[in-house]
Design a protein around this ligand. Sequence first.
Ligand code: NAD
Ligand code: MG
Length: 383
Amino acid sequence: MRSISILGATGSVGEQTLDLIRRNRANWQVEALTANCSAQKLAAMAREFDARLAVVGDESCLGELREALAGTGIEAAAGLAALRDAASRPVDITVAAIVGCAGLGPTMAAIERGGTVALANKEALVSAGEVMTAAVERHGATLLPVDSEHNAIFQCLQGGKIEDVARITLTASGGPFRTWSQEQLEAATPAQAVAHPNWDMGAKISVDSATMMNKGLEYIEAHHLFPVGLERLRIIVHPQSVVHSMVEYRDHSTLAQLGPSDMRVPIASCLAWPDRMDVPLQPLDLAEIGELTFVAPDEHRFPATSLCREAIEAGGAAPAILNAANEVAVAAFLDGQIGFTRIPVMVEQTLTRYKAPAPQTLEDVLTVDSEARARAGELLETA
Ligand code: NAD
Ligand code: MG
């Protein structure tokens, strides 16, 4: 019997994690489940999985949560402090699957407990960078990457030593607009952006995937998880999403991880690590797929990856500023306030206008994040 808490349980990664647990109910004790609001959905999950605690980030949703959990004995709580408390309860594994920098505080609380954290919340690592990796080191925590590319790299690194790595290649699907012209991109709608050809994901990461910002954030994420040097990290577009990433060693042996494009594969790899578990999916049929293709990214139509590379090269507060500006821009795009191609422009403008000293603590990161959001918000007002 193993215990688990899921931060962001009502989201795409959270639900897929619970789907795996549902199939192995006898092996898992669910401690805490959290959401931003969605009180009814969270309560239904907490009841089904017999969780001890359910937490909503938004305090105005606590009444509804309490009502939905009445008579169950499941504790209910709300607010950021409650999310952090939930994350710091002792469990065998915490799945950090809140979207955006909003997940940073709770993810750090799980790390500070020194536990095993399955990290999906890439924005938290991008924003906090060394502040998070230093905390992992200091508290003896274990980070297991949920993101499919990083999970693939993590698996490929079992085949050699990190000192012997010549190159790490992150694969990118290219998103729903891979073959679109600049003119088409200018007219892209939120509905088109969230319809990803290979993966079924939350709205924010789907838009990031369409702008290629997701791959840029993943480049920064990979730099922190696998410190081989930026010159050894590259991105390649692979539209079939079958090869999830690759590690080339100095003898030119390249190890790749392949699998169905279903997040339950990397999630299961974290849940069972260092063992393996069954995942109820059709196995990969390479003969049916027939062809795997690879092409260099087009940074002219999709400038987000170069913005991310420049931000991590600059270091300090730049990645946190980039991430915050992107979150504001994506929300504005989803809300119909700005066009699709304005997203990377807003990120670049925020990075040009706002500089801050390198964050040393979690509080510093959160300060940079909120200041960068305010600056990006001003760009919206003047639009
Ligand atoms: P989602 O939007 O489907 O779910 C997000 C979850 O976070 C929900 O439970 C929501 O209630 C919660 N949440 C949102 N804002 C919050 C706030 N302010 N406070 C507390 N909780 C809040 O997102 P997702 O697609 O599941 O992605 C989650 C994370 O995993 C993201 O960082 C994403 O980049 C990463 N990721 C997702 C996938 C995928 O396939 N969905 C793949 C790789 C990585
Ligand atoms: Mg990914």
